[in-house]
Design a protein around this ligand. Structure first.
Ligand code: 13P
Ligand code: SF4
Length: 376
């Protein structure tokens, strides 16, 4: 089945099965068009946690589908999970994180969302590119391993001035996007501004630049909405330019490189989504103890930041899984723009964290005093 016919059948099956189709910003254009919600890693996790839908079909890589499944939802990946790896996510194993924590007993392990659930389960906090700097700022002044992406870690170190240690992972799509290539693109397009993902090695080199904005893919959309420029060089996966064009049809988006294609995201076609809905393929299955521990690390992070979240679990309806009052997503200013301007807008998050983890650390001295059962 092709085009409109497939799209119609997907819509019908979604209605019949009470399903929601979530797609990452790097998905193929036709998959983005079929989705109920398109977003970055953070937005997709929040949407997965908050939705009432009985079934989620997740068009994204495996670690993203796993994260959605942590919130008690039935999640289908449109391709076999083994095909939807991400080599950045695969560059760190749980035992390596445990070994780092043993060597650094006062240290805090902040896993990037681009890690498998078993790695999140042994980590203290879980960040995305949208909130990593806010997470690091809100934590005490102790060594922090921000892993596995070394470029994100360098960027956040430069932005926060904190003792951020890095791992040796990087993303093949972003690794070549260095300062020289961004400068060259800006010379070629003198009226344009650049949107740079924090996974690019260039991210930390443009502080103070009026023409360069570092942001997650969701943050890029927020930035363009607030910019008067009409042309933008998009320094991330190629199809982010498609996503931006859909939201801002009158503006121009130029991918930094047409070759910047994520081979893992692009494995999913519209027909895969259709087959997934029709046949219930391929359910994300997680070991219960791994899922519980990984979810704890994520909820601890939401609490730290005061990120509004009401976890609606179809498995355990009504259960309040986050300790937070249920603020609405749109009211919280901690996402996106703070990566640009360096301001920490998370006073509310810090207060809440002190409230819920009063003994976990002394913020003034930064000396760790762990709560029983806390991994940090
Ligand atoms: P975002 O969270 O910015 O969408 O990034 C996800 C990702 O995989 C980047 O390579
Ligand atoms: Fe992984 Fe990079 Fe693809 Fe993102 S763009 S899913 S980090 S390989």
């Amino acid at each position: 089945m092709f085009g409109m016919e497939a799209l119609e059948e997907i819509r019908r099956l979604k209605r019949e099965k009470g399903a929601l189709l979530l797609a990452h910003n790097y998905q193929l254009p036709e998959v983005q068009d079929a989705a109920d919600f398109v977003g970055d890693s953070l937005e997709l996790s929040l949407r997965a946690a908050e939705t009432d839908a009985r079934l989620l079909v997740f068009a994204g890589v495996r670690f993203m589908g796993e994260t959605a499944a942590l919130f008690g939802k039935r999640v289908l990946l449109p391709r076999p999970p083994g095909e939807l790896g991400c080599d950045l996510a695969d560059s760190v194993r749980p035992e390596e994180v445990v070994a780092w924590k043993e060597k650094n007993p006062n240290g805090i392990a902040v896993a990037y969302v681009n890690t498998e659930a078993r790695v999140k389960a042994v980590s203290d906090y879980v960040c995305t590119s949208a909130n990593c700097a806010d997470v690091v700022r809100a934590l005490p002044d102790v060594p922090m391993l921000v892993f596995p992406d070394e470029n994100l870690a360098s960027y956040v170190r430069a932005l926060t001035g904190k003792d951020v240690r890095s791992w040796h992972g990087s993303c093949r799509v972003h690794a070549g996007m260095d300062v020289a290539s961004v400068k060259k693109a800006l010379e070629l397009h003198p009226g344009a501004e650049a949107l740079v993902h924090p996974e690019c090695p260039a991210a930390g080199d443009f502080f103070g630049s009026r023409r360069v904005n570092v942001a997650s893919t969701g943050g890029m959309i927020k930035f363009v909405a607030s910019s008067r420029a009409s042309d933008f060089v998009v320094c991330t996966e190629r199809d982010m330019a498609y996503r931006l064009k859909r939201v801002f049809p009158t503006k121009t988006f130029i991918p930094l490189s047409e070759a910047a294609v994520c081979p893992f995201m692009k494995k999913i076609t519209l027909n895969d989504v259709l087959a997934s809905l029709r046949l219930g393929l391929y359910p994300v299955v997680l070991e219960e103890d791994v899922a519980e521990a990984a979810k704890r690390a994520i909820l601890r992070t939401f609490d730290l930041l005061g990120t509004p979240i009401e976890v609606k679990s179809s498995a355990r309806r009504g259960e309040k899984m986050s300790c937070l009052s249920y603020f609405r997503f749109s009211l919280v200013p901690s996402i996106g723009p703070t990566l640009q301007n360096g301001a920490n807008s998370c006073g509310q998050g810090r207060a809440l964290h002190r409230f819920f983890y009063p003994l976990s650390f002394n913020r003034r001295s930064g000396k760790g005093k762990r709560r029983k059962g806390e991994t940090s």
